[in-house]
Design a protein around this ligand. Structure first.
Ligand SMILES: Nc1ncnc2c1ncn2[C@@H]1O[C@H](COP(=O)(O)OP(=O)(O)O)[C@@H](O)[C@H]1O
Ligand SMILES: [Mg+2]
Length: 267
């Protein structure tokens, strides 16, 4: 009917089922779940505790596998992606923001944030510079050499979000990212997600806060491992398209016009 050009489908779930446990003790976290996600969607997933929201994100993020059904990531069946490629996709293409931060306790925050860049091909110094820039966006630069335990919950979540976005992933999966934040930090996080989304990236976020759904282009309510309601508030043809990002090299040298090596008498 509609000939308008729309973004491509990047995630497709067909008849996805996830069962935990065996025999009589088994239960379904996801039941015959179908979902098609286009690039540039900002999906908020709501629903009561235990309805399968986290299980869904874990499967989409290649951290868990379905018991049956199909998951296509960019048209490729997830079950056929090698473990090595899955690890690379998780680092480069998918950014995770977990409910419980999941920072590595014995690494300073800057090194936590730099972790996904291991696959970037950058030298360690540059990885730390990129991590520091990401932390700066969340006003966490002064704390970059602190350890996670030295930070409040809200600060740890800001570090976790910096880590999720440092490699400019195309898909952000966020499991109640503002659940432990005060309203000020929560707003900052949502505005950052909004900016990332406006650049044509795809966000799937679980939340219990109905007021945040104003940021979404689609709101899905889950019940007992299935979709209860699914409402798109933005037409597919109006979703943001990917913006050209400056290459890392240009970002790296765009700061100063002059070459400090040629300046005499300074420092
Ligand atoms: N690792 C697991 N082992 C056994 N059961 C699990 C596991 N993870 C989740 N479940 C069960 O699957 C269902 C969905 O869980 P979850 O996806 O965490 O829900 P939500 O995030 O919506 O609260 C729940 O009944 C939960 O107890
Ligand atoms: Mg959950």
């Amino acid at each position: 009917m509609n000939e308008e050009k729309t973004n491509e489908t990047i995630i497709k779930l067909e008849g996805l089922t996830k069962r935990f446990g065996y025999g009589d003790a088994s239960s379904y976290a996801l039941k015959n779940f179908d979902l098609e996600v286009k690039r540039g969607e900002f999906i908020m997933i709501m629903g009561p505790s235990g309805c399968g929201k986290t299980t869904l994100l874990n499967i989409i993020g290649l951290l868990d596998t379905a018991s049956s059904g199909t998951y296509l990531l960019n048209d490729e069946p997830a079950s056929r992606i090698s473990a090595k490629k899955q690890a690379r996709l998780r680092a480069k293409k998918i950014g995770f923001i977990f409910q419980n931060f999941n920072l590595i306790p014995n690494l300073p925050v800057i090194e936590n944030v730099a972790l996904p860049l291991v696959y970037s091909g950058y030298h360690k110094t540059r990885r730390l510079i990129k991590a520091s820039e990401a932390l700066d966006r969340f006003n966490m630069k002064e704390k970059e050499y602190y350890y996670p335990y030295q930070l409040s919950g809200g600060q740890q979540q800001r570090v976790a979000i910096a880590r999720a976005i440092v490699s400019h992933p195309e898909i952000i999966l966020a499991d109640e990212p503002t659940g432990n934040l005060d309203s000020h930090s929560s707003l900052a996080v949502m505005e950052e997600l909004k900016r990332i989304h406006s650049e044509g990236n795809t966000i799937i976020m679980v939340t219990h806060n109905p007021s945040l759904t104003s940021y979404a282009t689609r709101v899905i309510n889950m019940l007992d491992g299935a979709i209860d309601t699914d409402v798109k508030t933005v037409k597919d043809s109006d979703l943001p398209v990917p913006v050209e990002r400056k290459t890392p090299k240009r970002i790296f040298k765009s700061r100063k016009k002059s070459n400090p090596k040629k300046k005499k008498g300074k420092k």
